[in-house]
Design a protein around this ligand. Structure first.
Ligand SMILES: [Zn+2]
Length: 388
């Protein structure tokens, strides 16, 4: 095993000077195993799952931005765009969904995870969900986990049972990102979460990188919820990625291949988020992958959905108690048929924007809001409206 570790570390250092490493989760797991003599179960038995894949589960996220210079201190908009990408990808709302080849359309999954930036900090005070911390470290070595330790210039994770911790920092080694797996949670709670290089976090249309659309996080969140790479065991029939609806793939796929590509006597699902293609060329999870993630959520990470940090999600606006809200879209004043009551307005990222008391005039001034989609919450339910 020590020899294997040396090979891994040697490979990692070579990559420092070489090409991009799309994902280092597998290598990270090997390092954890060796370093801590912990035998994590890389290959799981194929199991039957019984959970519906159409549930709605709120996942509270805290993003730790570790920066040594302005470039590393990425904007709020970049972070919001990442949350939006996650919500699109985990709900089959991504724009590429209609271009998926017909043979794979029947297994496209809506996972039903709604990611939101947490609303409160650890003291219960209002919080943006973005934890910006200056660091003396110009960059972080991938598997040293320094980004996760305050004494090494990083940030200790927030309670890993209640938050999905994402560290955004300058990763040396040309690694885009890596994640812990659910079965690491009990042995290494202090390491639980996802690390992503700041250049590949969120949507950056000014970047010429093929990894500029936020799919590194989509992929790593898949690992965080127990997904394996689709090419995990090549053409071998044992183990694999634990999902029968992802065809066996011989090797990882890079770039943006045309369809069909064949290996292992079947067409490759190169557009699966758990392969290695460019951000623009990956577009789906399968039903089995969704069930596997939901199973991981309900087995290992139940506190996430029990957390009250995610009070409102994008798809949570439907209510059986009908309240009339008009006009919609609105420009200045929203008419609401309630009186003497508080209302809260959230943006689509779940951030609280406004908290107002409605007197007896049934009107709410929303003229100061930027154009966009919002959710208004009253004690009877949540409603969506658009500001022009
Ligand atoms: Zn991966």
């Amino acid at each position: 095993m020590r020899f294997l570790l040396l090979i891994i570390l040697f490979t990692f250092s070579l990559l420092s000077f070489g090409q991009i490493q799309r994902c280092s989760t597998d290598e990270y797991r090997e390092v954890l195993k060796e370093k801590f003599m912990y035998n994590s179960h890389k290959k799981q038995d194929k199991r039957q799952f019984f959970y519906p894949s159409n549930g709605n589960y709120d996942i509270p996220v805290v993003v730790h931005v570790l920066y040594n210079n302005d470039e590393q201190n990425i904007s709020d908009d970049r972070i919001f765009s990442q949350i939006e990408t996650l919500n699109n990808d985990y709900n089959a709302l991504n724009i590429e969904i209609n271009d998926i080849p017909e043979e794979f359309q029947s297994v496209i999954a809506t996972v039903g995870f709604n990611f939101c930036l947490v609303q409160e900090d650890l003291n219960g005070s209002p919080f943006s969900g973005i934890n910006r911390v200056y660091t003396d470290s110009e960059s972080f070595q991938g598997f040293s986990d320094g980004m996760k330790k305050s004494e090494e210039g990083g940030v200790d994770p927030w309670d890993v049972h209640n938050y999905l911790n994402i560290w955004v920092c300058d990763l040396n080694g040309n690694t885009l990102g890596f994640s812990t797996m659910p079965d690491d949670l009990f042995a290494f709670p202090e390491k639980d979460g996802i690390v992503i290089d700041y250049e590949y976090f969120g949507v950056d249309v000014s970047s010429t990188s093929p990894y500029n659309l936020g799919r590194t996080a989509t992929h790593e969140v898949g690992h965080y919820f127990n997904l394996e790479h689709t090419f995990s065991s090549g053409c071998s029939d044992w183990g694999g990625d634990g999902c029968d609806d992802t065809p066996a793939v011989q090797y990882a796929t890079y770039g943006c291949p045309s369809y069909p590509q064949e290996s292992c006597s079947s067409n490759d699902m190169t557009m699966n988020y758990m392969d290695y293609t460019n951000d623009a060329c990956m577009s789906m999870f399968t039903v089995c992958q969704a069930e596997r993630m939901i199973d991981a959520l309900l087995t290992y990470r139940t506190n996430l959905i029990a957390s009250s940090n995610c009070s409102v999600s994008v798809d949570d606006f439907v209510s059986s108690n009908h309240i009339s809200i008009f006009p919609n879209p609105v420009i200045d004043f929203l008419n609401i048929d309630i009186q003497n009551n508080f209302v809260t307005i959230f943006n689509i990222y779940g951030q609280k924007i406004m908290y107002e008391y409605i007197l007896d005039n049934n009107k709410l001034d929303v003229s100061t809001l930027s154009a966009g989609t919002y959710i208004i919450s009253v004690d009877m339910g949540h409603y969506k409206f658009t500001k022009e």
